[in-house]
Design a binder for this molecule. Structure first.
Ligand code: SF4
Ligand code: SF4
Length: 342
């Protein structure tokens, strides 16, 4: 089995286990440093972060600047104009303790930045590449429409898009198109935001797509160890794993919240929608005691403050009836608290 992947025309070739550095925001600098160094020592060379992930870039800069030339760093900007683009880029370079970003990505924009679109974003990106601050230009997105537009535009060397074993045919088409167009494909949410708990099945699925580089979001050493063990011993798709995937696909098909968090800033009631709208799944697919603490109960109670403004529904890239999902999940949660068996 080929255990490396090349990101299209960037030529970046790395082990098929990328490090997703979103969750290291939640742990101490010391613990994050240990994880990052352990990943590096074991052969992981691709690290994906974002300006938006609070101190994730700082932690990468602290831990990995001594080995900067042997790793690839992808980070992201959510800037909406050129001025903020340059501010973000300078901040990321400083925090990451480097003078170049391997792949600089537009972070989930609501449109596909192009030259002449009036925002100045793509022009700034090109200028940054000319100056050597950025080596390759990428984009991340949750929406099929924008992913297709980015591929069609020919302006991007990589596309980061949600891709896990719950993918639909439409998602798979994006991966295939990237391969045809020689655009690097980075699989985001390869564990579907924590709903996929069998990492071997997740890995075996990704292994079927030779152009996909999954970035695993790890926070605990035990999680990292699982992926590190796959470097020398990659799991193949067995009947057992494919049965498990079939069961999960049945359980998680269609209308479930992927936890992308895209709707969260829009909520005037301050509801933590990305977790609350998928609580029934979290309760059953991860240790339930983690979801039944007084803190989580308080977060769930906030669903009562929903004013049904519909903002979350309007922003959900999966077209979900988010307020309805919140209600269903809250009802189930209260029943579980009252003793309903899981
Ligand atoms: S409908 Fe409810 S949950 Fe959705 S954004 Fe409005 S207040 Fe928040
Ligand atoms: S409701 Fe939609 S936008 Fe909000 S977190 Fe879930 S999947 Fe994302």
């Amino acid at each position: 089995m080929n255990t490396t992947v090349t990101l299209g025309k960037t030529g970046i070739t790395v082990n098929k286990n990328g490090f997703g550095a979103l969750p290291i925001q939640r742990i101490t600098t010391e613990d994050a440093g240990k994880l990052l160094k352990k990943a590096y020592d074991a052969g992981i060379r691709f690290f994906d972060t974002a300006r938006f992930y609070t101190d994730s870039e700082v932690k990468i800069g602290e831990a990995l600047s001594p080995v900067r030339s042997s790793i690839y760093i992808a980070t992201k900007t959510a800037a909406q104009n050129a001025e903020d683009f340059w501010k973000d880029l300078d901040t990321s370079l400083t925090l990451l303790k480097t003078d170049y970003i391997d792949i600089y990505q537009f972070h989930n924009p609501s449109f596909c930045p192009k030259p002449g679109d009036g925002t100045g974003l793509y022009e700034a990106m090109e200028e940054a590449r000319k100056e050597g601050k950025v080596r390759h230009i990428g984009i991340t997105n949750h929406r099929l429409k924008i992913a297709h537009e980015a591929i069609d535009s020919g302006l991007y060397e990589t596309l980061q898009f949600p891709f896990c074993y719950l993918a639909t045919d439409k998602d798979i088409e994006i991966v295939t198109r990237c391969k045809q167009e020689n655009i690097g494909f980075i699989s985001m949410k390869a564990l579907s935001g924590g709903l996929i708990t069998n990492s071997a099945a997740a890995y075996a699925f990704q292994a079927q797509y030779d152009n996909a580089l999954p970035i695993w979001g790890v926070q605990r050493e035990s999680e990292l160890d699982e992926f590190l063990s796959y470097i020398g011993n990659p799991p193949a798709m067995t009947q057992e794993l494919s049965d498990l995937i079939a069961r999960d696909r049945e359980q998680l098909a269609g209308n479930f919240c992927r936890g992308c968090g895209y709707c969260v800033p829009t909520c005037p009631a301050g509801i933590e929608i990305n977790n609350c709208a998928r609580m029934s799944l979290l309760l059953r697919r991860s240790p339930s005691e983690l979801q039944l603490t007084p803190q989580v109960q308080e977060k769930m109670k906030k669903i009562e403050d929903c004013i049904h403004c519909g903002q979350c529904r309007a922003h959900c890239p999966y077209g979900l009836d988010t307020p309805g999902l919140l209600e269903e999940n809250y009802k189930d949660y209260k029943e579980v608290l009252a003793g309903k068996p899981l």
